[in-house]
Design a protein around this ligand. Structure first.
Ligand SMILES: Cc1cc2nc3c(=O)[nH]c(=O)nc-3n(C[C@H](O)[C@H](O)[C@H](O)COP(=O)(O)OP(=O)(O)OC[C@H]3O[C@@H](n4cnc5c(N)ncnc54)[C@H](O)[C@@H]3O)c2cc1C
Length: 356
């Protein structure tokens, strides 16, 4: 079996790393950039195996146990936990380590221009699969983006505290997360649907001016998040499998939070398991689709919730206040599926007046 992975961000490099340890699989990976420099809030929602992976690779920079959720500056939920829902990681280092380990295990890795990447293919080999892991860059022609700006700064901030502040009328949110405990670095930023970068920049600057007394800016970068991308883990043409997609390329982004790291890792793990359990590309595709059912449901639920938040606009604060505490815990753990949405509405019929 031969696997060709295009895009070596968090999901592509993790898949490459997992497959590189299988002796009967020939695996190669391509990226346009040797250094992973894409900005991120660097938060990873924890699952037991993800926690183990991040700890083992020594990329954890902070552990988030305090959460504040606001809507247009007004607090709707606050919690202090004993155990974190999220870790903050050094994501470029995570990607670098996964690529390095994969190469050490024998995976072929090449860095080339976007034009050349298109040339790498299965070359008519039957037992070969192309995996698209190009993240939001897979959706350039097909979707609306949030262009998020991320700042790294030295500032006085509780390094166990994450703040999310929703501005549904602007189709987005602000965040302030710990960056690195050891270096006293804060990661903050914002992203709003269909707003230009200079609008977001001015909005974020104004927002943090009131929040952080003083900060020493270290880095500023912007990058897209494809919050309304199609959810499409499998691409077919004339009934034939063209390619499989993982991570944000597959649409595995939780639109209400801009969360793509954990879904990226989970989808790569799902594809890895489908590959090692199956004999043919068709079986692999079936096994993969079966394993990502929950992720598909989470991504769908997040698209519905984001659309609802935008539609509610100024009424979103009132709506958020009527959500039970349990909802916010589930949201912060990123476990909101379509089934969960139905359940929460059935348990709280008062919510219907906002939805219908
Ligand atoms: C500012 C910002 C803050 C965010 N904060 C968070 C957060 O705190 N927590 C969270 O979970 N998510 C966050 N996200 C989302 C998260 O960063 C992405 O969803 C996640 O990185 C997706 O992983 P991926 O592997 O699918 O794609 P990516 O990590 O985007 O990797 C894609 C890779 O493909 C490569 N590539 C691009 N074009 C080509 C091509 N033509 N050929 C080959 N390779 C190509 C790129 O160089 C890159 O290495 C944030 C996003 C942004 C922009």
């Amino acid at each position: 079996m031969k696997i060709v992975v295009k895009g070596l961000g968090v999901s592509g490099s993790y898949l490459l790393y997992r497959l590189s340890r299988e002796s009967n699989i020939e695996v190669s990976g391509y990226d346009i950039s040797k250094r992973y420099a894409k900005p991120c809030g660097d938060a990873v929602t924890l699952r037991p195996w993800i926690r183990d992976l991040l700890e083992e690779l020594e990329v954890v920079r902070a552990s988030v146990t305090k959460y504040t959720v606001k809507v247009e500056g007004k607090t709707v939920f606050e919690v202090s936990l004993k155990k974190p829902y999220w870790y903050i990681v050094d994501k470029p280092l995570l990607v670098e380590k996964l690529r390095f380990l994969a190469a050490n295990n024998g995976a072929r890795i090449e860095y080339t221009s976007p034009h050349n990447v298109e040339k790498y293919s299965c070359n008519r080999s039957r037992d070969c699969i192309i995996v698209d892991a190009r993240g939001p860059f897979s959706h350039v022609k097909t979707t609306k983006y949030v262009v998020a700006i991320r700042y790294l700064a030295r500032a006085d901030w509780d390094m166990s505290h994450a703040l999310l502040d929703f501005y549904p009328r602007h189709g987005g949110l602000f965040w302030v997360f710990p960056g690195s405990v050891r270096e006293g670095v804060v990661n903050f930023g914002g992203g709003f649907l269909n707003r230009p970068v200079n609008y977001t920049e001015a909005f974020v600057k104004k927002y943090v001016k009131d929040l952080l007394d003083n900060y020493d800016l270290l880095d500023k970068r912007a990058s897209p998040i494809a919050v309304f991308s199609p959810i499409r883990p499998l691409e077919k043409k004339s009934g034939k499998i063209q390619k499989l997609r993982i991570g944000e390329s597959a649409g595995f982004i939780i639109s209400t939070a801009g969360e793509g790291n954990r879904p990226g890792l989970e989808s790569a793990e799902a594809l890895y398991n489908a590959i090692i359990d199956s004999e043919s590309p068709k079986e692999i595709a079936q096994g993969y689709l079966r394993r990502v059912k929950t992720l598909v449901s989470e991504a769908k639920a997040s698209r519905h919730a984001l659309k609802l938040a935008i539609r509610l606009g100024s009424r979103f604060y009132e709506f958020s206040r009527s959500l039970p505490e349990e909802f916010w815990h589930t949201y912060l753990q990123s476990r909101i599926t379509m089934r969960y949405l139905v359940k929460i509405v059935l348990k709280n019929p008062g919510l219907l007046r906002y939805i219908l």
